[in-house]
Design a protein around this ligand. Structure first.
Ligand code: HEM
Length: 413
């Protein structure tokens, strides 16, 4: 019996490795998706514009008549997904192999941001630990605790805008930072010039510079990171050192602020304080505290620039489309009744037109035109093409949301 089982196991292993071998051979013989050919050394570097690369990807997608585009930038493979079907088929349905992040050496390694929620590799155990912690705050039940904060801060924003309309952007910025600072750290933003509003802005700016695609050669030739900073042409090392210190101190500040408040015992409950002081007591280890700090940082980074951008687009589109604004206002008036007041969060499900309009703002002016890059961890086949292992996979959200070749209606708000 034991011998029979061993033979069976061997047969299954043989069959599995034969299937795997044949699959790998099949995939390796497939051609890459269509796309522009670049030069041997730099790939398509010289064809990419300094900004708005999604527009160039769209032009290429139309030129090559493809919803999956391939190109090389220096020595790295890139695959751009240009419609919803391709994004859904790969990033959702095959998330098991498409959820990793490509390593941006300048930002992750030299600026020491590898542990950040948005940068962590899906193969690192911290990835699922972060998700567990973040889920305590981002699930639909926990969202209800945010209603009061959302309503309070909306009122402050609307009053501010009414008193000084030209400063609308300041009030939007304050609103986003204030909501998430209260939720993540229990911190009350005092004014439009609050220190933490400037901290959020500075972190976002530095991160944007350090992650700019194609800007840092070390992202493509990581061996350059070993060059000592006193050599000529190693300015990136000195720049990274400066940004590393600045980012560490900026992102540490709110966490340290919560700890100092907790010591004084006069603090507002928050994501951070609740996790640092778990129900039933018990000490939090240094490693757990580090996870909490980075998770709260993920909430802060995820919630600020995104919602600020969406609200600014909303203001612009309302100014351009007063007819849509009037319809939404009429709907709000019907729901809130004759006394002028702001709608409450629980009333939002009665505001169908407004809800559809918000979705249209996000479609027409996507917050993240190319979302966040993913990395595929093994060779894959899609629509008869080979998606090479380690390729950076980009969802062209902007193009997928417009697709003007197929429907001109989609380029109209
Ligand atoms: C208009 C608003 C927002 C947009 C457009 C947006 C967009 C995104 C995108 C594109 C990603 C990356 C998904 C991927 O890996 O492909 C992401 C991840 C994330 N967002 Fe948002 N976001 C918004 C608001 C928020 C808010 C308000 C929060 C926090 C309260 C938040 C927290 C996060 C977190 C923590 C992640 C990382 C999830 C993970 O990788 O496990 N986001 N978001």
């Amino acid at each position: 019996m034991a011998l029979f089982t061993t033979i069976q196991i061997l047969l299954v292993l043989l069959l599995a490795s034969t299937v795997a071998f044949l699959w790998r051979r099949h995939v390796s013989r497939l051609s890459l998706p269509p796309g522009p050919k670049g030069s041997f050394l730099t790939g398509v570097k010289d064809q990419l514009p300094p900004s708005a690369p999604w527009k160039k990807y769209a032009t290429w997608a139309e030129h090559f008549r493809t919803n999956i585009l391939y190109f090389r930038l220096y020595n790295k493979d890139f695959v751009v997904l240009n419609d919803h079907t391709a994004v859904h088929d790969l990033l959702n349905s095959r998330a098991g192999i498409y959820s990793d992040r490509p390593k941006a050496w300048m930002f992750f390694e030299l600026c020491a941001r590898e542990k950040a929620v948005f940068n962590i590799s899906a193969t690192n155990p911290r990835h699922s630990q972060y998700r567990r912690l973040l889920n305590t705050r981002l699930n639909s039940q926990a969202m209800k605790d945010m209603y009061e904060v959302l309503e309070d801060e909306s009122e402050k924003m609307v009053k501010g805008m009414a008193s000084s309309p030209v400063d609308y952007e300041k009030y939007i910025r304050r609103n986003s930072v204030a909501v998430i600072m209260k939720v993540a750290y229990g911190y009350e933003v005092a004014s439009e010039n609050d220190h933490f509003i400037n901290v959020a802005e500075e972190c976002a700016k530095i991160s944007g510079w350090a992650m700019a695609p194609g800007r840092w050669l070390v992202d493509y030739y990581p061996i350059l990171r070993f060059l000592p900073s006193w050599l000529p042409f190693t300015g990136f090392q000195r720049q990274a050192e400066e940004w590393k210190k600045r980012l560490a101190s900026l992102s540490d500040e709110p966490h340290q602020w919560v700890k100092s408040q907790m010591r004084s015992e006069e603090y507002r409950e928050s994501f951070t304080s609740k996790l640092l002081n778990p129900e039933g007591g018990g000490a939090v280890s240094e490693a757990q505290e580090d996870l909490i700090k980075w998770s709260a940082g993920g909430l802060y980074v995820g919630a600020t620039d995104t919602t600020i951008s969406a609200m600014i687009s909303f203001m612009l589109l309302m100014a351009l489309h007063p007819e849509a604004q009037n319809k939404a206002q009429a709907e709000i008036d019907r729901v809130v009744g004759s006394h002028p007041r702001l709608p409450e969060v629980t009333e939002l499900h009665h505001l169908h037109y407004l809800h559809a309009m918000m979705k249209e703002v996000l479609r027409y002016a996507p917050v993240a035109n190319i979302a966040l890059p993913h990395r595929v961890i093994r060779d894959d086949e899609y629509k008869g093409y080979r998606i090479p292992k380690d390729a950076t996979v980009i969802a062209n959200v902007w193009y997928a949301s417009h697709l003007f070749t197929y429907s001109t209606a989609l380029s109209v708000f």
